[in-house]
Ligand binder design. Structure first.
Ligand SMILES: NC(=O)c1ccc[n+]([C@@H]2O[C@H](COP(=O)([O-])OP(=O)(O)OC[C@H]3O[C@@H](n4cnc5c(N)ncnc54)[C@H](OP(=O)(O)O)[C@@H]3O)[C@@H](O)[C@H]2O)c1
Length: 297
């Protein structure tokens, strides 16, 4: 399959990867989860996004069981929140330096490796969901100190940031940042300024919720009439329009759409072949952007 590539954390990866969070929905069907991830690799996925709190360790377990070294998959995980079974949300903030270190150790164990390719420092500055309170309001410099120490120790290959403001990204640049994961999609483009700074600094822009997520209340590319019109005219699906628009946005955009469906996975992997003419792009660019800054759960 001809999927375009881009550089990321010193490697070359296909621009269409896989966000593994939706695998948590297969918690009671482990074999299906393993088969879906294996199928993703067969379709060309070489970049997988995960976290210990996806399915309370289940998703990392599936990745450990499924991926082999010779698959050559870049696995990106995140720290900054811990699983919270029984809590109002399935995760709680864990922003303090010692919590970041403990979470890296959890990920090393869960993924069965002695070095994590890329770890996103998942802050709580912007985007949907949690905001920090009390001792969870932690200075960026204290967090970067532990992240860079972990990189020096060889436990982390590269550092990324997630849910950060422009100011935080600017302050973090001297530490060496491989990627930024903020919520961003065709219908929710709060962070154009961060996307541009990442392009200028050769940092991969890896939007989460590229389709608007499975959570109700967040803007979804597939709810947009203009997206449906383009899909119909090109004989593709509305989701494919949303993902292909992201690939057209800039060359440093990498996709991690999430799905628990083999059919959707195949559709998502096929978007690298989709091209838009100038009028179609202009139509999609003109779609109104709505903020993703809404509570979740
Ligand atoms: N850094 C962070 O804080 C953060 C936060 C959230 C998520 N993430 C990462 O970002 C990844 C992507 O986010 P996400 O999975 O929440 O949301 P998403 O990719 O925007 O959307 C996932 C939803 O879209 C559906 N979908 C996917 N492909 C489809 C297709 N071709 N046609 C129709 N529906 C389709 C999925 O349902 P089906 O399963 O039925 O296909 C699911 O309901 C996650 O998997 C996770 O790895 C990171």
């Amino acid at each position: 399959m001809t999927t375009p590539t881009a550089s990321f954390a010193g490697r070359t990866v296909r621009r269409i990867g896989y966000g593994a969070m939706q695998l948590e929905r297969l918690h009671d069907r482990r074999d299906e989860a393993v088969a879906l991830l294996r199928h993703a690799v067969e379709l060309g996925v070489d970049h997988v996004d995960t976290a210990t709190f996806y399915g309370f360790g289940f998703v990392n377990d599936v990745i450990r069981e499924t991926l082999r070294d010779d698959d050559g998959v870049l696995v990106v995980t995140k720290v900054g929140a811990d699983p919270d079974p029984g809590g109002p949300l399935p995760l709680r903030p864990a922003q303090r330096p010692e919590q970041l270190r403990a979470s890296v150790e959890d990920n090393l164990r869960g993924l069965g490796t002695d070095r994590l390719d890329v770890v996103n420092l998942r802050r709580l500055d912007t985007g949907p969901g949690l905001r920090p309170h009390g001792d969870q309001v932690v200075d960026l410099d204290d967090q970067l100190a532990v992240m860079t120490a972990l990189r020096d120790e060889g436990k982390i290959g590269a550092i990324g940031l997630s849910s950060v403001s422009l100011d935080v990204l600017r302050r973090a640049l001297p530490a060496g940042i491989a990627c930024v994961q903020n919520a961003y999609s065709l219908v929710s483009r709060d962070d154009e300024d961060l996307l541009r700074l990442c392009l200028a600094e050769d940092i991969a822009w890896v939007p989460y919720f590229p389709l608007g997520s499975a959570f109700p209340g967040l803007p979804k590319a597939t709810d947009e009439p203009a997206v449906h019109a383009v899909a119909e005219s090109l004989g593709i699906t509305p989701s494919q329009v949303g993902l292909a628009w992201l690939l057209h946005r800039a060359p440093h955009v990498l996709l991690i759409p999430g799905t628990a469906s083999a059919a959707h996975l195949a559709e998502n992997m096929a978007v690298g072949r989709i091209t838009f003419d100038a009028d179609t792009l202009a139509t999609l660019d003109a779609v109104e952007s709505r903020s993703s800054e809404v509570p979740i759960g």
